[in-house]
Design a protein around this ligand. Structure first.
Ligand code: URP
Ligand code: ZN
Ligand code: ZN
Length: 465
């Protein structure tokens, strides 16, 4: 099957030009101003932007939290992703039974994704405990399965003692992996949460007040110090939210540590006033870390502009307000944590980032596709438009005006945190490995067509950031 996308404005992390792209059997063959030949299928992209499909390296499909299950499985979640212009996800595997091997969750997640996912996918390993078996399995996961990144939580039940974090870091460094970190100080959260509940302060805003910015900053600083002790294991701080946390990232990078960070649209565009909305509205925004102050969002935009933050992902973890989030009525601590967002990311970042002049279109491609693919060992198969790259492409109409509303989205969540946002520009077509799977906001591909992506280990060379 030979496909030609012609007359488009082609955008990559480093280029912007009028041209065409040819794709054969799912792989990009040629990019240029004048491509000739015969094609089975031609797409006229006149007036449109043609970009690498988005790579979202922070989703939680099917996540079992203990009190609820995230509403999108790998079918609904990847359909939503594709409709929003994302063509590859790296999902954070949830916790398995206490004491389980690293491969336990991998097997569970292969089953979740197989025959369901509609775009290509990988998983981050999850560390629940550390012993010699787990340390040995880290290498097997990378070599045998292409799982090159491992998530470590500094809060929740499976947070690790520091001695174990150090052992883990040493091993991850040796095998050429990267650690992804959920950075919040657990003791501060537990102390403040208990105190607020005891005193009857149970409204959604107390969720934010029980997880203050210094709680994130302390954990970021601590994990950076631990990484320094083992001699610079690559770190990737997920969902960075605060100016204080960012300061530690900046100073670690300035001193030569390999520390990357990710933020998400919710931390750039929404603030803690959301928690004070009437009735149950505030419950919609309960996620961890919580929404912050406007000045934090401003620091994050600036951190992106200056290159201190390399990735915009989503932390997509959808629940319903009608049922799931009601558990937090009368006690914020009982509310399942998380927001939907996998579908909204590319449209929001184009409209709020590029069209509002906060960053260039090339920078957007870097943040939403190229950098995540590089950091997590998938570049240039994913995140690039190069001969040999997968034909994963989003075509975006910069003139299309859309008012975001839940009914146009594909997640099983019953709300969007961005209801009523007026967007300039929206994806109109998504191709995955050369196949058109979304046209005008309608998914037209096959369930289960997505493939697992075996990733490479972390290497400084491919990671020029
Ligand atoms: O509130 C959130 N972010 N839920 C998903 C799990 C996590 O901590 O990333
Ligand atoms: Zn997290
Ligand atoms: Zn998450």
């Amino acid at each position: 099957m030979r496909t030609l996308i012609k007359n488009g404005r082609i955008v990559t992390a480093g280029d912007f030009f009028q041209g065409s792209i040819s794709i054969e059997d799912g792989v990009i063959q040629e990019i240029g101003c004048d491509i000739s030949g015969s094609f089975d299928y031609e797409i006229d992209a006149a007036g449109k932007l043609v970009m690498p499909g988005g790579v979202d390296v922070h989703t939680h499909f099917n996540l079992h939290t203990g009190s609820a299950v995230a509403r999108d499985d790998f079918f609904a979640g990847t359909v939503a992703a594709a409709c929003g212009g994302t063509t590859c996800v790296v999902d954070h595997m949830g916790f398995g039974p206490a004491g389980c091997s690293l491969f336990h969750q991998l097997r569970v997640y292969y089953e979740y994704a197989k025959e369901h996912a509609v775009i290509d996918y990988s998983f981050h390993g999850v560390i629940q405990h550390v012993n010699s078996d787990i340390l040995a399995q880290l290498e097997d996961m990378l070599v045998q399965e292409g799982i090159a990144s491992f998530k470590q939580y500094m809060t929740y039940d499976y947070r690790l003692p520091e001695a174990d974090i150090l052992r883990l870091m040493e091993k991850v460094k040796t095998i050429g992996g990267i650690l992804t970190i959920h950075a919040e100080n657990h003791e501060i959260i537990e102390y403040l949460k208990d105190r607020f509940i005891r005193e009857g302060d149970t409204a959604p805003i107390y969720h934010a007040l029980s997880r203050p910015d210094y709680c994130e900053a302390d954990a970021v600083n601590r994990v950076i110090s631990l990484a320094a002790a083992v001699g610079n294991v690559p770190l990737y701080i997920v969902h960075l939210t605060s100016a204080l946390g960012l300061k530690h990232v900046i100073s670690a990078r300035a001193s030569g540590q390999t520390v990357y960070s990710e933020t998400c649209p919710q931390y750039l565009l929404l603030n803690e006033e959301c928690y004070n909305q009437e009735l149950d509205e505030g419950l919609k925004y309960i996620l961890s870390p919580p929404l912050r102050k406007k000045r934090d969002s401003e620091a994050l935009w600036e951190g992106i502009r200056l290159g201190h933050i390399q990735v915009i992902a989503t932390d997509h973890c959808p629940f319903t307000i009608a049922l799931d989030k009601q558990k937090g009525r009368g006690d914020f601590s009982k509310c399942p944590n998380g927001l939907p967002g996998v579908e909204e990311r590319i449209p929001l970042m184009f409209s709020e980032g590029v069209m509002k002049g906060r960053f260039s279109i090339n920078k957007m491609v870097e943040l939403c596709a190229a950098n995540p693919a590089k950091i997590f060992g998938m570049y240039p198969k994913k995140g690039a438009l190069l001969p040999g790259s997968d034909g994963d492409i989003v075509i975006l109409d910069p003139d299309k005006e859309v008012t975001l509303t839940q009914s146009m989205l594909h997640s099983n969540a019953d709300y969007t945190a961005y209801e009523g946002f007026k967007l300039r520009g929206y994806p109109v077509m998504t191709l995955s490995r050369g196949e058109v799977i979304v046209q005008n906001n309608e998914f037209i591909g096959q369930k289960g067509r997505g493939k697992f992506v075996k990733r490479q280990g972390f290497s400084e060379q491919q990671t020029i950031i």
